[in-house]
Design a protein around this ligand. Structure first.
Ligand SMILES: O=C(O)c1cc(C(=O)O)c2c(n1)C(=O)C(=O)c1cc(C(=O)O)[nH]c1-2
Length: 237
């Protein structure tokens, strides 16, 4: 049997884009309702609270990936992700900005930090992502972050939708997303370069697509759980 010819970097990126068009969470009904201005304050709060659980685990999974990287240069680049979220001592980072986003939608930071109210399926989805990065190869772990290729555009849509449809939200809460657009682009470009360097065979490239698909499913499951919680509340009204 002939070994399949590896895709070029552009072909691999095009395949990621096709997968994203089908399964990235920009298409999830909860995000569509968010963008159309159809979410109640309670639904938006539920999303912010549950997404905080995801956010606070991002630097944990990045620390697990850091320990898998073999060169000093790779670790120097990857460690920035942890600083982006946790901040360096005395600095704020993404986690602090997300807590402010919580306050902007009316959620006390003490509640967010307590973890109370995080939906069971969200805990499982986030555990799934962290464990994927803990147990996977460096290629799988880094490739699973490649959904960030598509996050900045989604965040720009989100910022516009929040400004238009949810004027009750304190505008400073949007700072998390404004900062994250640039950080996400840098993260995605660096991860794509590593994946391009490491995924030399078609089999490696298939693993990249599988890791990307898994991560899309993590993000999708998180929103499924939030959407389900919203519909249960609506039924009880
Ligand atoms: O709001 C979003 O739609 C969104 C998506 C993603 C993503 O696609 O993985 C991330 C983020 N936000 C984000 O804020 C973030 O810090 C982040 C880190 C990562 C990652 O996998 O390392 N993804 C994402």
């Amino acid at each position: 049997m002939n070994t399949p010819v590896p895709w070029t970097p552009d072909e691999l990126t095009a395949r990621l884009r096709t997968l994203a068009d089908e399964r990235y969470h920009h298409r999830h009904p909860f995000n569509l309702r968010m963008h159309d201005g159809d979410l109640s304050p309670q639904e938006l709060r539920c999303w912010v609270l549950n997404r905080f659980h995801y956010q606070r685990h991002i630097p944990v999974k990045d620390a697990l990936i850091l320990a898998k990287l073999h060169t000093r240069e790779q670790r120097q680049a990857w460690i920035r992700r942890i600083h982006d979220h946790d901040g360096r001592p005395g600095e704020e980072g993404g986690i602090e900005r997300w807590l402010r986003l919580g306050e902007a939608v009316g959620l006390d930071r003490v509640l967010l930090l307590s973890g109370e109210g995080v939906l069971p399926a969200v805990r499982l989805a986030v555990d799934g992502y962290v464990n994927y990065c803990r147990n996977g190869t460096p290629l799988q772990a880094v490739a699973s972050s490649l959904t960030e290729l598509f996050a900045p555009d989604l965040m720009k849509v989100r910022i516009g939708a929040w400004e238009r449809h949810y004027p009750w939200i304190e505008p400073s809460g949007l700072h998390y997303f404004q900062v994250r657009v640039r950080q996400g682009r840098q993260d995605a470009a660096e991860a794509l370069a590593l994946v391009g360097e490491w995924a030399r065979t078609r089999a490696d490239q298939e693993q990249v697509l599988a890791a990307f698909t898994f991560k899309c499913d993590v993000l999708w499951s998180l929103l499924d759980a939030v959407e389900h919680a919203s519909s249960v509340r609506a039924d009880a009204r």
